[in-house]
Design a protein around this ligand. Structure first.
Ligand code: NAP
Length: 299
């Protein structure tokens, strides 16, 4: 089958390409040169924000299924550069959805827990979004573009993605391990409660949704559970066997440009029922993250 993945240099997209390679004909779309390890896929450099190049690449490839995992994900940069955020996250989703509609291709568009305001989480698929901030609003608009143009598509919401894969970007999880290993204290927001997503698990669920189901509408595909960030940092330290100081701080002390949902998190009961590959618990995700990390260090 001809399967395309946007955001292929990213945590979730990179995992998806690795899981697909060798099993399908794979088009990996990213911004600029490929940063993935060599593998059995074609690479196309295409900008989600330019209005044309991603759509053209998907049409040229003749995609039969598309995992749209690309997005401008730096929430503070989105707040500072709202036009760029809108072009990438709404315009990019528009390009992908147009191509899927033309081709009759199956589409899974990846979205975020940030569509909720974080006053009363965890949230189910039936809860009403109330996004705060540019990133959150642009992602909800991206959901609507996908669902409007390709009504049979699925929207897969994930939350606080992290990965130990070689080349994956720095996240709260990787910073906790790196800083504590160096003997440095780690700051963690004591008032943020979140679901988390190991990228490998999120990618597996999104690909199952894409290739093995005809599910329509929103599905929550984060890991299973809600955790405070201080506790999450403590769990990471325990699983890596490193002692160290975790310093609780308030979100408001960070002076961050973009608002953060505080009582957030996603419920995943529907994914547990629907999918053969279920959302992993926080403990199991952290064990797999440690394995990825140790494999990366040995390379
Ligand atoms: N990261 C999270 O904590 C998180 C939480 C909830 C939902 N999500 C959603 O999950 C999906 C996957 O994100 P991720 O976690 O894998 O984050 P990521 O590692 O930041 O991946 C996003 C990818 O999109 C690419 N991208 C950004 N702007 C682009 C543009 N204009 N044209 C083409 N590509 C562009 C980025 O390219 P570069 O690598 O070159 O920057 C990056 O590779 C996204 O839809 C995101 O909104 C993420």
């Amino acid at each position: 089958m001809k399967v395309a993945v946007t955001g292929a240099n990213g945590m979730l997209g990179g995992e998806a390409v690795a899981q697909l390679a060798g099993k399908h004909e794979v088009l990996a779309l990213g911004f600029g040169p490929c940063r993935l390890p060599p593998g059995s896929f074609h690479w196309v450099d295409a900008d989600l924000g330019d209005g044309v190049s991603v759509e053209r690449a998907l049409l040229d490839f003749g995609a039969q299924a598309v995992l749209h995992a690309g997005a401008m994900t730096d929430v503070d940069r989105c707040e500072r550069e709202p036009d760029a955020a809108w072009r990438a996250n709404v315009g990019g989703s528009h390009q992908v959805a147009r191509a899927c509609r033309t081709l009759g291709a199956r589409l899974v568009a990846v979205s975020t827990d940030y569509v909720f305001d974080g006053t009363a989480g965890p949230y189910s698929e039936d809860d009403i979004p109330n996004p705060r901030g540019v990133y959150a609003r642009s992602k909800l608009a991206g959901e609507w573009v996908a669902l409007s143009l390709v009504p049979d598509c699925a929207v897969a919401r994930v939350a606080v993605v992290y990965s130990g894969r070689p080349g994956a970007k720095s996240t709260f999880a990787t910073q906790v391990v790196e800083k504590l290993s160096r003997g440095e204290p780690v700051k963690a927001f004591s008032d943020q409660f979140v679901s988390t997503t190991l990228a490998a698990n999120g990618a597996t669920m999104c690909l199952e949704l894409l290739l093995e189901t005809g599910y329509r509408g929103v599905l929550h595909t984060s890991g299973n559970g809600v955790v405070g960030r201080v506790r999450f940092a403590g769990m990471l330290a325990a699983i890596f066997g490193i002692a160290g100081e975790i310093v609780p701080v308030k979100t408001s002390d960070g002076n961050l440009p973009a608002p953060r949902p505080l009582r957030g998190g996603l419920t995943v009961d529907r994914a547990v029922t629907l999918l053969r590959n279920p959302p992993l618990s926080i403990d199991e995700s952290l064990r797999r993250f440690r394995d990825e990390w140790e494999w990366r260090r040995r390379r």
